[in-house]
Design a protein around this ligand. Sequence first.
Ligand SMILES: [Zn+2]
Length: 161
Amino acid sequence: MRVIASLFCTFLLAAVGGAESVKTDAARLTVPPIAPPVVSKPLPQLSQQMIDSWISVWQKRLALDDWKIEAKIVRAHDLPENAVANIHWSIPTRKATVKVLAPIDSTLKASEIVEDTELSVVHELIHLSLAKLPLDPNHTDQEEETVKRISSALLALDKHR
Ligand SMILES: [Zn+2]
């Protein structure tokens, strides 16, 4: 069963304090100071733009330039059970679609979601890099393990530069 992170349902409205300006010909009016609004720290949000930029960077790094890769943020029901991402591709058309799980359906800590999603994008693109290899569709464990190790290693290199 999935736990929906209700934290993400909270939208913070930026309070516009002291936006009114009064023109007066008289001497400057003194305005009582307005207390700053209490705004809790915004949660890291995943945007389509972030995902598209990761796709663009990692597509180049992995020499997948001849692919047209689309990315979508989707709800849990749009992915296999317990998956946080997946990829579909067509070798004849060179088109691929990466789907990543929307934060609202994630069971991760809010602070982990952005980095984990970039890792998922890299992971799925490595699957695409291997697409033309003669892999055994009935025994994908070894492939999965290898893709995990390569994607983690690449991301660790990228983050510790
Ligand atoms: Zn995988």
